[in-house]
Design a protein around this ligand. Structure first.
Ligand SMILES: O[C@H]1[C@H](O)[C@@H](O)[C@H](O)[C@@H](O)[C@H]1O
Ligand SMILES: [Fe+2]
Ligand SMILES: [Fe+2]
Length: 284
């Protein structure tokens, strides 16, 4: 049985791994005139339609895990042709991004198999889009629903004006339906690939450590892990786990580049990791 992670030895610099890239400050440029229109459209629909009731409904629907049965590597294969419309930095299929992230981690954290596998699978929840879920309900940054949106949300929360929850006095305040420091595990996030994969792994056999599940569940929560907002919803565990989410994020973001690794030659290594930590056929 795999063990829990060692103490976090972090702040590896993924740029040492990146061959030729854009500079760090050129990633995640969400200034409205700089991003492709597909990005604005995706966030516009997301910020308008992701309400508390919507996210609760999707959680219930997808948590049934009655959509498909397949191994984790089969699910990854489904992303071979999937293009994420929310991402200003990636216009290659998500399966490639999975291997780029994992290889970046493997290079800088050769001893942490669990973190390498986490990187490989972190976006697999996007298979929902292949099964018909609209992209605004799958991809992009996440945020808590049931309380006011933070200014750190991309496009400065301005796309929320048509979201019905913004006109509900129980839901449009700083805390909304939540208690101070209630812990992120008790917060309902906008529906997307993070929470879905978390539920899939919880509902099947998975030996990944808690840190891995936490990274998967909150890796898109940029207004928190990068923006530093929503601390009033966090408890001690969230603050501890944040270090791991941030370390992971360096690779998720800065390994994005047009060079495509030779996926076929990498697959056997990751196949072995997958069988060790997430064996067999999973219910999705
Ligand atoms: O556009 C990206 C992409 O959808 C990622 O998978 C997600 O984790 C990020 O938060 C988002 O900014
Ligand atoms: Fe993601
Ligand atoms: Fe990613």
């Amino acid at each position: 049985m795999p063990t829990t992670p060692e103490t976090v030895s972090i702040h590896a610099d993924p740029s040492e791994y990146r061959p030729e890239h854009k500079e760090k400050e050129n990633f995640r440029d969400f200034r409205i005139h700089n991003v492709p229109e597909r990005v604005v459209r995706t966030y516009q629909a997301m910020h308008t339609n992701q309400t508390l009731a919507y996210a609760k409904g999707k959680l219930e629907q997808w948590s049934k895990l009655d959509h498909a049965e397949m191994t984790i590597m089969e699910a990854l294969d489904k992303l071979n042709t999937f293009l994420d419309e929310s991402d200003p930095d990636v216009d290659i299929p998500n399966a490639v991004h999975a291997f780029q992230t994992a290889e970046g981690i493997r290079k800088m954290h050769p001893d942490k198999e669990w973190l390498q596998l986490t990187a490989l699978i972190h976006d697999i929840g996007k298979v929902m889009a292949i099964w018909g879920e609209p992209q605004w309900s799958v991809v992009g940054d996440t945020f808590p629903v049931g309380c006011a949106p933070s200014k750190k949300i991309v496009f400065d929360a301005e796309l929320f004006k048509d979201n019905p929850n913004m006109h509900d006095s129980k839901l449009n305040t700083r805390l909304g339906i939540y208690q101070e420091n209630c812990g992120l595990e008790n917060v309902i996030m906008s529906w997307g690939h993070d929470e879905y994969l978390y539920r899939v792994l919880k509902g099947n056999t998975c030996h990944l450590p808690e840190e891995a599940l936490y990274i998967i569940r909150f890796h898109s929560f940029y207004p928190w892990h990068t923006g530093g907002d929503y601390m009033y919803l966090c408890n001690k565990k969230d603050i501890e786990m944040m270090t791991w989410v941030r370390e992971f994020n360096q690779f998720d973001l800065y390994t994005k580049c047009p060079d495509i690794p030779d996926l076929d030659s990498l697959k056997p290594y990751y196949q072995t990791l997958a069988e060790k930590y997430i064996p067999g056929v999973l219910r999705w």
